[in-house]
Design a binder for this molecule. Structure first.
Ligand SMILES: [Zn+2]
Ligand SMILES: [Zn+2]
Length: 269
């Protein structure tokens, strides 16, 4: 269930209406600006207010399921109307919408950069309440292969995972061999993006891990030891054969080079 917005809250629930006849979904975003006025409420008895007041009222009406029966068509018909509705736009005849698709919680400071399509995507079939993934995921730093594997599997299985920020210059730590403190979010994101297919030879992962995830390894195209970044734009998910070849093959330079044209996520460093 949603919560009613209070001044100072960092996030806010936005109602989203199904598109008409398969058209795009419509959301109650500040399309008239945060300072503009909005029409909402009963079709037969509309209200107007500023963006946050109007949205709060729509939220409250939804939580309380406010409805009333109005006599319409010059007294010829009774119609049950719900108050958790809003006008999409300010023009006369702009549609009156309700939260028929669901509600999406977004960060208040992102309100002016969001499009209705972002909110629509956050609500797959059957989901009524969802949170918009945050734009950038802070690094989840891991200083051992075990913790990296553990954290990355956890993140992989999370339903929301935004784009990781990664690290421009991961710290190295000396043990018997040089190791780097790596970001598990980068690993999880790249593995998800690969969808179980090696990004080098384009074959399926050779086997499945006990936790059900396809086995692929994350390789940095420009090596961390050569100053490569720990970012999704420098990492690929590859099968163990390709990984060995990328490190030890006679054609490893050409093979690495070929990745830049195969994987659109990559950027040269
Ligand atoms: Zn491969
Ligand atoms: Zn590697």
């Amino acid at each position: 269930m949603i919560s009613i917005f209070k001044d100072g809250d960092a996030s806010i629930w936005i109602p989203v209406a199904k598109g008409k006849n398969g058209g795009p979904a419509r959301a109650f975003l500040p399309i008239n600006g945060l300072e503009g006025t909005y029409r909402y409420g009963y079709k037969a008895a509309p209200s107007t207010g500023g963006y946050f007041d109007a949205l709060r009222d729509v939220q409250q009406s939804f939580v309380e399921n406010e409805h009333k029966v109005f006599v319409v068509n010059s007294g010829r018909k009774e119609e049950k109307q719900y108050r958790a509705r809003w006008r999409h736009g300010n023009e006369t005849g702009s549609p009156l919408l309700g939260p028929t698709l669901g509600w999406v919680r977004v960060q208040v400071d992102r309100l002016d950069e969001l499009a209705e399509s972002h909110l629509e995507k956050a609500l797959p079939e059957g989901v009524k309440f969802a949170e918009l993934p945050t734009a950038d995921v802070e690094p989840v730093l891991c200083d051992s292969p075990e913790s990296l594997e553990h954290e990355a599997s956890k993140l992989f299985l999370e339903t929301k995972l935004g784009k990781p920020l990664g690290q421009a210059a991961p710290a190295s730590q000396m043990s018997s061999t040089e190791q780097f403190v790596r970001d598990a979010a980068v690993v999880a994101y790249v593995l998800r993006d690969a969808r179980g297919i090696c990004e080098c030879c384009v074959q399926s992962a050779p086997f499945t891990k006990p936790n059900g995830l396809p086995y692929l390894e994350v390789h940095h195209v420009k090596r961390l030891a050569s100053g490569g970044s720990d970012k999704i734009s420098n990492a690929v998910a590859v099968c163990p054969n390709c990984h060995r070849e990328l490190h030890h093959g006679a054609n490893s330079v050409e093979l690495a080079e070929s990745l830049y044209s195969k994987v659109s996520r990559l950027e040269r460093e």
